[in-house]
Design a protein around this ligand. Structure first.
Ligand code: AMP
Ligand code: MG
Length: 318
């Protein structure tokens, strides 16, 4: 059933969403990664409203979405590495952290008061049309209450915020399904702040050099999304399960998953498919009235599996 505030993304609803954004209101919309809770990045009040709606700690900065690299250059100090990465991966699920320009119009709240800004050009067609129509940079963290599992359908967003939002643009299920790769190219050393479906190997190949991994302490300072407990369902999550214990809902992977698997993230063992299914599966089994815990069989820790395991590790922390 479509709720009053869910509208399928089409030229009319996209125009309505762009008008709402320009007037300082929040709109949830699909990107290829997860659904975003968007607001005008140049409007302090809209940004404050995003933090309030998500109950997000104010030290956790937001990713700003723009329609193309040209627009990104209005807000961040562009450099050769950013150019290479943008040419290779934009539009797409890669966020670049760069220094804010001296006259950057984006609210400082989106940078959590710091001197850098995280910026991305999404590939999703409706998201792109929305950004072009709005003509403003749009800050859009995942459209969920802080710390919870990111939404990958319009219904997930509705489950988080109900009628509190004026509009949820329904662009269907997200193709990628987990949040963007975040890479800090603001300084001499390049840091991988958050793994995603664009892998470390792909980034290193384009840059022609190694990426650094921030240690847990500086990492959290640089990128609070690295907080250990994040992306968490309400039920406890147990990793590396070989079988379901009593009361557990088991998520499996691959053709050898145990017979009592409730959802198989990818029967064929495809990590891309598993990433796309991950958050919907976690939400589906997050039912305290049916289960006492969620368990999950091992996911190979290579390529996109690294990003999946990163999210699972955080989901399993209490
Ligand atoms: P979300 O929008 O919920 O996907 O979270 C965005 C994440 O991007 C944050 O939690 C940070 O980890 C990271 N991020 C955003 N802005 C910055 C920034 N200026 N510097 C470093 N990391 C950032
Ligand atoms: Mg998030």
């Amino acid at each position: 059933m479509l709720s009053m505030n869910i509208e399928r993304a089409d030229p009319n609803s996209i125009k309505k969403a762009a008008d709402l954004l320009r007037s300082g209101k929040l709109v949830a919309f699909a990107t290829e990664t997860v659904y975003g809770l968007g607001g005008d990045a140049t409007n302090d009040k809209a940004i404050a409203e995003i933090f309030a709606t998500k109950a997000r700690p104010e030290f956790n900065p937001l990713i700003v979405h723009v329609s193309d690299a040209q627009m990104a250059k209005c807000f961040v100090e562009w450099n050769a590495r950013a150019e290479k990465l943008a040419l290779a991966f934009w539009p797409g699920p890669l966020t670049l952290v760069l220094k804010r320009t001296s006259d950057c119009k984006v609210s400082l709240l989106a940078s959590a008061g710091g001197d850098t800004l995280a910026i991305r050009v999404p590939a999703n067609k409706a998201a792109h049309a929305l950004l072009v129509d709005a003509g403003i940079p749009v800050a859009a963290p995942s459209a969920n209450r802080s710390g919870r599992v990111s939404p990958t359908t319009a219904e997930h967003v509705y489950a988080e915020f109900g009628d509190r939002l004026p509009l949820i643009l329904d662009g269907g299920a997200c193709d990628v399904g987990i949040e963007s790769t975040v890479v800090d190219v603001s300084g001499d050393e390049v840091f991988l702040l958050r793994p995603g479906t664009i892998t470390r190997e792909q980034l290193e190949e384009v840059l022609g050099g190694k990426l650094s991994t921030p240690d847990e302490k500086t990492g959290v300072l640089k990128s609070p999304g690295m907080l250990l407990s994040h992306y968490a369902p309400s039920l406890p999550v147990r990793l590396n399960a070989v079988d379901a214990r009593e009361g557990e809902a088991l998520l499996g992977f691959g053709k050898n998953a145990p017979h009592n698997t409730v959802i198989n993230l990818s029967l064929s063992g495809d990590l891309k498919e598993a990433a796309a299914n991950l958050f919907a599966a976690l939400r589906f089994v997050d039912k305290p009235e049916l289960y006492s815990a969620i368990s999950i069989t091992p996911i190979p820790d290579t390529g996109i599996g690294i990003a999946i395991n990163d999210r699972l590790k955080r989901a399993s922390q209490t």
